[in-house]
Design a protein around this ligand. Structure first.
Ligand code: DX5
Ligand code: ZN
Length: 230
């Protein structure tokens, strides 16, 4: 069941929007697996970010799949909107939706893969009764809202606890990490059991590297770290 294949999800927020088409083509050439779309509503997190309009624009430049990270209150109001805009995986925050199981089931009913995200302070135990309803667990490794933050160190333990939790239930679920997935942190995250890595300013879009260099390095070191789990 583990290790599961490494997937690189490039955080489109970190692209150069003056040259979006160029950056998207570079992501495609670099072989990233997903474009990670951060959506923020200024309420659930103290910032604003991408939107369905951004997704439609990006889709004109590429067929790369999109995983959509909804950092918005009551995401159940907008599931159809984001799926129609092209989401292949739709991730809602546990903290943002009162009827989490209903929201996750609806995402699947709409033909999309369902993910759930946890803020650093939210326990894995809050998902105990919805584990069968999720295709992906997103462990926020920083408090969501901003790029360029530092890893919350206890999140490494949360990743290994999540892996153990899924294994004990006989479930095969992808674990995504988002926030400061740097060249220093990614090997520890992969070793702990994360396999979907959000590449932002700490890797894929790191200053001083090309997108191709950042992506290749992230994939190489994470895959190597996974090998040490065998
Ligand atoms: C989450 C952030 C991340 C960010 C991660 O709130 O928006 O998706 O792009 O990139 P880093 O931490 O590397 O800047
Ligand atoms: Zn994100």
């Amino acid at each position: 069941m583990y290790p599961r294949p490494i997937k690189i999800c490039a955080s489109l927020t970190c692209a150069d929007f003056l040259h979006l088409e160029r950056d998207i083509q570079a992501l495609e050439a670099a072989g990233v697996d997903y474009m990670h779309i951060d959506v923020m509503d200024g309420t659930f997190v103290p910032n604003y970010c991408l939107s369905p309009a951004t997704m439609r624009t990006a889709r004109r430049a590429t067929d790369l799949p999109m995983d959509v990270h909804l950092m918005i209150e009551k995401p159940e109001r907008y599931l159809e909107t984001f799926i129609e805009a092209g989401a292949d995986v739709l991730v809602v925050h546990q903290e943002a939706t009162t009827h989490l199981q209903r929201t996750l089931a609806k995402i699947r009913d709409l033909g999309c893969r369902a993910g759930v995200a946890l803020n650093p302070a939210t326990s894995l135990h809050t998902l105990d009764y919805v584990l069968e309803d999720i295709d992906l667990l997103l462990i926020m490794t920083v408090n969501p809202g901003f790029t360029g933050q530092q890893l919350v160190p206890s999140m490494l333990r949360k990743i290994s606890d999540a892996r153990a939790m899924f294994a004990s239930r006989g479930l095969s679920v992808d674990i995504m990490v988002d926030g400061n997935v740097s060249f220093q942190n990614a090997p520890k995250m992969a070793l702990a059991g994360a396999n979907w890595l959000v590449g932002g300013t700490s890797s894929v879009f790191m200053r001083g590297l090309t997108i191709a260099e950042g992506t290749a390095k992230l994939r190489r070191i994470a895959t190597a770290a996974q090998g040490t789990t065998a």
